[in-house]
Design a protein around this ligand. Structure first.
Ligand code: 13P
Length: 273
């Protein structure tokens, strides 16, 4: 049974002063059984969010994630953050977000190096993939995403089991749906989630072993109103939420909907014995 995960990507929003309050309030309003919750604030807010969640009874079950890491562990990289610096501050890390592919020129190879750094320090990675609108319209979305996966996971050919051990999560975020108010259709996102598992399976036997249990999230304008469309799909295991994740009522609604999916999965697993 795959977990149901709701991850909040706060992007470049909040300050240390307001992030702590927002995180604890969201934690208190989303305390739904069986849903894995993660909040990814900006780097400078990690310590405040971490401390606030640890100090609040409702915050205990909420994971904290970074939005990025450097592809080297340390070195002369002015202004960058290496994975070892996050130990004790974060449990999760987003890698390969399309905004970083776009704005920082991140390549699949570089993203693969970031994945390796995440694993080296015990951060649980959320690997983002997704196609441009023109690619979807040209019918190449699955090929594009497959190439992103092959490129970023190539460095794990010798030890794909390390990805499973680290609890790799993939987030399918069609670029045309991010911050646009436009969402993919649930059926299309579900088909892509299965295509992602198939593409990873195709990378080799060790990858095939991890693919069935790989959580795949959908991201792109997820709100309380649209969450059900994705969370009703058995192939989709949650959401990576951007803009709506800064809004308490939205997060409450999205996690409540995720709780229904988690409960249904638990009941189905129980019935199967
Ligand atoms: P929005 O939910 O704002 O579209 O952002 C999605 C996203 O990029 C999450 O990582």
């Amino acid at each position: 049974m795959r977990p149901v995960i709701i991850a909040a990507n706060w992007k470049m929003h909040t300050t240390p002063a307001d992030a702590a309050d927002l995180a604890t309030t969201i934690a208190g309003r989303t305390n739904v059984g069986d849903v894995v919750r993660v909040i990814c604030p900006p780097f400078v807010c990690l310590a405040a969010v971490r401390a606030a969640l640890a100090a609040s009874p409702a915050g205990q079950g909420v994971g904290v994630g970074a939005q990025n890491i450097h592809h080297e562990l340390s070195g002369a990289f002015t202004g960058e953050i290496g994975a070892p610096m996050l130990v004790g501050l974060a449990d999760w890390v987003i890698v390969g977000h399309s905004e970083r592919r776009r704005d920082a020129g991140e390549t699949d190879e570089l993203i693969g190096a970031k994945l390796r750094r995440a694993l080296e320090v015990g951060l649980r990675p959320i690997l983002c993939v997704g196609e441009q609108l023109a690619e979807r319209e040209a019918g190449t979305a699955e090929a594009v995403v497959g190439a992103q996966l092959a490129g970023s996971l190539a460095g794990f050919a010798e030890d794909p089991g390390a990805l499973a051990a680290a609890g790799l999560v993939v987030a399918y975020e069609p670029i045309w749906a991010i911050g646009t108010g436009r969402t993919a259709r649930g059926v299309d996102a579900a088909a892509m989630a299965e295509a992602i598992r198939a593409a990873i399976s195709g990378l080799g036997p060790g990858f095939a072993a991890l693919a069935p249990d790989l959580p795949v999230l959908y991201g792109g304008s997820v709100t309380t109103a649209s969450a059900g469309e994705f969370l009703a799909e058995p192939a989709i295991d949650g959401a990576l939420v951007g803009g709506a994740s800064l809004k308490i009522e939205e997060m409450a609604g999205i996690v409540a909907r995720a709780g229904l999916t988690a409960a249904a999965r638990r009941a189905a697993a129980g019935a199967r014995g």
